[in-house]
Design a protein around this ligand. Structure first.
Ligand code: BTN
Length: 308
């Protein structure tokens, strides 16, 4: 209902919209309309109300479910959580459907790859998507590649930023980190029960207090960006991208957006560190490294650092 009220008011921003017309159009009482308007005002929407009706003056940059009408029933919104990954795991375990999205304004203990912390201040975009993939577990990394490809494309297209992908799934701009991604999956009986992809995007936050080598969309464009616009563009494009059979095309497309291939890299895992030249990725997404002695080795996970 809140989404429908906002839609009508934002289409009629220039004038005052009568409460009677709202209640007739929505098939609810005027009191019910008034209660929803009150709640929206409390949530930060500036709606002027008078004896004649209502007028929407401004909306907050909030990520409430009704801001994403296409996916509204599957959106779980929190003002603060420990980590959206934890909530996603619980919800996936209870049977939440494919493309359930968990969004938080802030995370108390945001998680990064390899047990790092992902600092999650106000102004950033933090969400996890629950997927129920139908393809074999061995091809699961393609979803992460699809997500990083779509992120880079979305940021390039809509914000005119030269966003590139660093293997496997970081988004960098001029070698500074703009987005990070974390995946968790559960396999049972040789099939993937769920794959949760968590994404953190530095939008209007300043990550440099904690991560000097990071940047944000606001820093790069000089403008405060509506986060709902970033998320809507991403969800639309990602849903389309992963609807293609077996995600066969994804790795070829991803290669057009990466700055890792052809570079000398250092790969750090929990076990060791390796140096080499990144020459390709195979069809599971593993990085193909040419080692200093000329031999070729595949790397399946790890932190990748581009060498100067
Ligand atoms: C990395 O680059 O190390 C991965 C960062 C992933 C951060 C996101 S923010 C939303 C989701 N919830 C988390 O706790 N982590 C991921």
């Amino acid at each position: 209902m809140k989404g429908e009220i906002l839609k009508i008011l934002s289409e009629n921003r220039e004038s005052v919209y009568s409460g009677e017309k709202l209640s007739e159009g929505l098939g609810v009482s005027r009191v019910s309309v008034w209660k929803h308007i009150k709640k929206l005002q409390q949530l930060g929407y500036r709606i002027e109300s008078s004896a004649v009706g209502y007028q929407l003056v401004s909306s907050p940059d909030a990520l409430y479910p009704w801001e994403f009408p296409t996916w509204e029933p599957n959106i779980h919104y929190y003002s603060e959580v420990d980590s959206t990954m934890t909530i996603a795991k619980e919800l996936a375990g209870k049977g939440s459907p494919h493309f359930t999205v968990i969004i938080a304004e802030k995370q108390r203990s945001g998680r990064g790859r390899l047990s790092r912390t992902w600092y999650s201040d106000t102004g950033g975009l933090y969400f996890t998507i629950i997927l129920r993939p139908l393809i074999p577990p061995s091809l699961m990394s393609r979803y992460g590649f699809a997500a990083s490809l779509v992120l880079a494309r979305t940021i390039q297209r809509h914000f005119d930023i030269d966003a590139r992908v660093k293997w496997p799934n970081d988004i960098l701009v001029n070698e500074k980190k703009l987005c990070g991604m974390l995946s968790e999956m559960e396999v049972s009986d040789d099939r993937v029960a769920f794959l949760n992809i968590g994404i953190g995007i530095n939008v209007n936050n300043d990550p440099t207090h904690m991560e000097p080598n990071a940047t944000s969309i606001r820093t790069l464009t000089g403008k405060t960006i509506p986060r709902k616009k970033v998320l809507t563009h991403f969800l639309e494009a990602f849903e389309k991208e992963i609807s293609r059979p077996n995600l066969d095309h994804v790795l070829t497309e991803w290669k057009k957006y990466t700055i890792t291939l052809g570079r000398e890299v250092r790969i750090v895992t929990t076990q060791d560190t390796q140096y080499g030249k990144a020459v390709d990725i195979d069809n599971t997404g593993a990085l193909v490294l040419e080692l200093p002695d000329g031999t070729v080795k595949k790397v399946f996970y790890g932190d990748c650092f581009h060498q100067p």
